[in-house]
Structure formats: C-alpha cells, structure tokens
Write a protein that binds this ligand. Structure first.
Ligand code: NAP
Length: 267
C-alpha cells in the first residue's frame, strides 16, 4: 500500500558506492563493460596496457559525471601483474576481460604463440584474481568476480586450441572459486560471449560467407556487439545476482541452444 513515507528501494542493479576494476578495458567488450559499470554508479578502474587510450576513456566518463580512473596493467607477465596490483585499491567487483587469440591448426602453434595465449588469457588472469580476490576475502565485505570466458568454455570450434584451453580453464576456475569463496559472500560467474565483432576477430568476419553461415544457424542472426555483453556484467556485479554463483551464461544470440532449418510446416 502506498503511504506518504514510501521510500523507493534502491535498484538491485545499482553499483553505487562500489569500486570495480575492469581488466582489459581499453576497447571492445571490456570498454563497453567499463562504461556500463560506471553508469551503474561504481567507481570504475579501467586497466589495460594502452595507457593513453585508458586516460582518454576515463576523461570521457568523468565528463559525463561518472567516477573512473585508469591503471596500466599487462597480464602477459605475472611479475607485471604483481607490480600493477600494488597500485590497485581494494575492490568490490573484479571483471576479468583481457584476452588474445591466434587461430591456427593445433600442429602449427609455436611455443611462443602458445605461451602468449596461455599467459595472457589464463595465468595472468589467475594471478590477478589470486591477489585481488584474496584482498576481497580478507576485507570480509563480500564481492563479485566476473570472468569473460567464451563459447569455447562450453563447446568446441576448430583452429583455436590454446584459446579453448584458457577459456575452459577460466570456467573451471569460476566454479571452484564460487564453491571456495561463497562462505565469504563472494559470487563468481563467467560470461561466454558469442560472436562479437571487435578488433580480435574483425578480419575473420569480413567474408560474406561467414555472416551468411551465422544467419543460417543462429536464432538472433546478427553478429553481437560489445554493448550486448555489458548489461549482464552489470547484473553479475550487482546485489541483484547475490544468489547466482558458479554459472557460465552464454550471450550468443542463441547459438549454443537453438537450431534453425529451412523446413516450414504446411499452412
Ligand atoms: P579486443 O577488442 O581485442 O580487446 C582486448 C582487450 O584485452 C583490450 O582492452 C586489450 O587492451 C586487453 N588486453 C590484451 N592483452 C592484454 C594484456 N597482456 N594485458 C592487459 N590487457 C590486455 O577483444 P574483445 O573481443 O573485446 O575481447 C575481450 C575478451 O572477450 C577476451 O578475453 C576475449 O577472449 C573474449 N571474447 C571475445 C569474443 C568475441 O567474439 N569478440 C567472444 C568470446 C570471448 P590493451 O591492448 O590495451 O592491453
């Protein structure tokens, strides 16, 4: 019943008063996530290697009246992760987006390519999560960790074996940390983006036959955008998702759950 002293409860999706770090926020999916996290009210730290781009994006967010900061972070070396973490404050929300890929036949990967993908997508993220997650545990006020996995966390595609190893690893780590840190009120979830057009794959999606293939087999037939991913990251960072943990949620236009065929039933 409405009374004059009715106070609207804050939105369960508000991130007001929270501090978030988006690792890999200089462009693509990470930047879109950082913008939405900031718009939801969190003090948002954008981290990646491209310092100039980060500062530019932070200034743009501040110009909108949002709270943001930039930190240089290179997850391709654990020593650099350790160093960067010294400059990162305690967090309520950690979103691990940084990633890279090289598409090749399994038998053709060089040790250098393999090591770069494993270190960037998995070992560096593991190290970052260990350091910043431990601080969340020690602080005792709960927290949210969101991993950006991939459809290769769930199903297989050819010619990206090291990438699939890393993304399967992140999904495994998500479940273990959800189990291990649930007692500290830390929720850990994974987003598996589908086919999202970014610098990471723009070349691959140029040929018309690739887009035609998607159109013929996916419920929502278009390529995804980074902005399609960001709202779920906000939800998984908010108190609205306090009872959601250890999940991997695909944002893929239905690719992993639907099939399309040319059959039409008679009228
Ligand atoms: P992107 O546009 O190339 O962005 C990659 C981001 O990761 C950039 O901000 C980049 O920043 C950062 N990064 C790369 N190497 C880094 C390093 N050594 N240290 C710190 N940051 C690093 O690619 P994206 O498509 O947005 O990919 C973002 C994440 O989504 C990746 O983990 C990717 O695997 C995943 N994903 C993408 C798709 C897709 O279809 N696009 C699908 C599934 C999953 P700097 O270069 O400035 O360091």
């Amino acid at each position: 019943m409405y009374t004059s002293d009715f106070m609207p409860t804050p939105s369960p999706f508000s991130l007001q008063g929270k501090t978030a770090l988006v690792a890999g926020a200089s462009r693509g999916i990470g930047l879109a996530i950082a913008k939405e996290i900031a718009a939801a009210g969190a003090h948002t730290i954008l981290a990646a290697r491209s310092a100039d781009k980060l500062h530019q994006e932070v200034e743009a967010l501040k110009a909108q009246g949002l709270s943001a900061d930039a930190r240089t972070l290179d997850v391709s070396s654990n020593d650099k992760v350790d160093e960067a973490c010294k400059e990162i404050p305690d967090l309520d929300i950690l979103i691990n987006v940084a990633g890279t890929n090289v598409r090749k036949r399994f038998e053709d990967y060089t040790p250098e390519e393999y090591n770069l993908i494993l270190q960037t997508n998995l070992h560096g993220i593991v190290r970052l999560t260990q350091i910043l997650g431990k601080r969340m545990v020690d602080r005792g006020t709960g927290g949210k960790i969101v991993m950006i996995g991939s459809l290769t966390s769930l199903i297989a595609f050819p010619f990206l074996s090291p990438y699939a190893i890393t993304k399967s690893g992140l999904w495994g780590l998500t479940r273990v940390l959800a189990a291990e840190w649930g007692r500290y009120n830390i929720q850990v979830n994974c987003i598996a983006p589908g086919f999202i057009e970014t610098d990471l794959n723009r070349e691959m999606w140029k040929p018309q036959f690739m887009r035609d293939w998607l159109r013929s087999g996916q419920a929502n037939p278009r390529l995804g955008t980074p902005e399609d991913i960001a709202p779920l990251a906000v939800f998984l960072s908010s108190r609205g998702s306090d009872y959601v943990t250890g999940q991997c949620i695909a944002v893929d236009g239905g690719f992993t759950t639907t099939g399309i065929w040319p059959f039409e039933p008679p009228k």
